[in-house]
Ligand binder design. Structure first.
Ligand SMILES: [Zn+2]
Length: 460
């Protein structure tokens, strides 16, 4: 195993890394309100000798922790936000919520943080020994809907970084090859005239009618857009609960996804025109406001190959009988595909990277990937087939095998970073691939005046 000496740091610090992961699980916080998590991690990074900057990108719970001052400058991402409506006890194979708790870690971001801290500790050991390079742990809050990295990218936090290596809890071990869709989320607020729906309907102009007609227009649009595009909506305000009123105010939110930001802009313009049509038809007016926007993920074959090599070089965790039993018991609570049924309950091999296939989702790591070459790894912290954002994934985020996978993730990330530091030609090649894909460069999809929706510090 390459860099075995430096990767050994992760084994030596395992108890501390697991303690961080468990502490985050025990005190879960929502997106852009991760005050305790950010404090815990930044204090720890200072004790480990990193230089910490808190509140980067205008977000109180975002941070950077850097070691070394040389070049190349590599980055590792950490996430630490929980999810709402995820209350669940750890380590059991039945749905059982924790009384008085709503938020919990259903996406494994507690593990994400622990593994990434381990990675930068191993890289620090390498930098101390060789004098090569610089490493930054980017504390990225608000992944669950907050778009934290997009705001950080808009403020230039990832500018000047030579490459970013990241990972995410998953059900398998594999370098991520699939891109993600760019998107924009827009609120359309219609204004009409209130009137008695029975007594004076001719005097009323219905904002709710406008929302309904807009949705019908969008339904017809779906036949005439790219197969890879997606348009979803939610009515945020239907104008009230009284049917004997003409609703004078209504708001619908559109989430518009497409393969890249340009395609999103085109589709967004078409949806705008549908809103105009709906307003014309109903004699109402509307305003629209962008509330979030994600880029599409730029994938870099050179970094994927480097990460794949590192993953194959590091021995995978071996599950115990007890761990397999627990994973099997969990699997009995959800549907497995035919393919999943043929696999052992916990992943035991590193899969070769799959050919990149279209995927309907989006990620805020995409905005990092527009600023510098970026690679992500899927790490098998959960039983095969586990649905993400579920009570089953939440239950497993404190499991012994999840922690073993987390430590492996730290080594795989560090192994990739150290390969890049050792061989800067790989970084040069990654930049060539990056430049060929991003063209004129990154334009953040967020309006310049849009502020992140930072949660207040909760009183304890
Ligand atoms: Zn996640």
């Amino acid at each position: 195993m390459l860099f075995e000496k430096h990767l050994g740091v992760i084994d030596r610090e395992a108890a501390q890394l697991c303690a961080v992961s468990d502490a985050l699980w025990d005190n879960p916080e929502l997106a852009l309100g991760e005050y305790a998590a950010a404090e815990l991690i930044t204090d720890l990074m200072e004790r480990y000798g990193f230089t910490v900057e808190r509140g980067v990108g205008g977000i109180p719970t975002a941070f950077t922790a850097t070691f070394g001052s040389g070049s190349p400058h590599l980055g590792v991402l950490a996430e630490y936000d929980g999810l709402p409506s995820m209350s669940q006890e750890a380590g059991i194979a039945e749905k059982k919520s924790i009384p008085g708790r709503d938020t919990n870690h259903g996406c494994g971001h507690n593990l994400f943080a622990g593994g990434s801290i381990g990675a930068v500790l191993a890289v620090k050991d390498y930098i101390e020994a060789t004098g090569k390079g610089r490493i930054t742990l980017f504390g990225c809050p608000g992944e669950e809907g907050g778009g934290g990295k997009v705001f950080m990218a808009r403020e230039g936090v990832f500018k000047g970084v030579d490459s970013v290596v990241s990972w995410h809890p998953e059900r398998m071990y594999m370098v991520r090859t699939r891109p993600s869709l760019a998107n924009v989320k827009v609120n359309y607020a219609f204004e009409g005239i209130a009137a008695h729906a029975g007594g004076a309907p001719h005097k009323g102009r219905s904002a709710l009618d406008a929302v309904e007609l807009m949705n019908i227009g969008a339904n017809f649009l779906r036949e005439h857009m790219e197969l890879t595009s997606r348009v979803h909506y939610a009515i945020l305000d239907a104008g009230g609960v009284a049917p004997n009123m003409v609703q004078s105010h209504a708001v619908v939110q559109y989430l518009i996804r497409a393969v890249d930001m340009e395609a999103v802009r085109e589709l967004h313009a078409r949806i705008d025109r549908i809103a105009q049509g709906a307003a014309l038809m109903t004699d109402t007016t509307f305003t629209s406001r962008v509330v979030s926007a994600y880029a599409d993920l730029i994938t870099i074959p050179t970094l994927q190959a480097t990460a794949n090599e590192a993953m194959h070089d590091i021995p995978l965790p071996v599950p115990t009988e007890e761990e397999l039993e627990y994973a099997k018991a969990l699997q009995a609570t959800f549907r497995l595909t035919q393919e999943e049924k043929l696999l052992p309950p916990l992943a035991t091999v590193v899969k070769d990277p799959a050919p990149p296939v279209a995927h309907g989702g989006s990620t805020d790591t995409a905005d990092v990937s527009w600023n510098c070459p970026t690679v992500q790894m899927h790490i098998g912290t959960w039983a095969v087939g586990t649905p993400g954002h579920s009570w089953q994934s939440t239950s497993q985020c404190k499991a012994s095998y999840a922690k073993k996978a987390m430590l492996y993730a730290g080594k795989a990330v560090a192994g990739t970073v150290m390969r890049l530091l050792e061989n800067p030609a790989l970084i040069e090649k990654a930049w060539e691939e990056h430049k060929a894909k991003v063209g004129d460069g990154y334009v953040c999809g967020l309006p310049a005046d849009l502020e992140p929706e930072i949660l207040p510090r909760s009183e304890k």
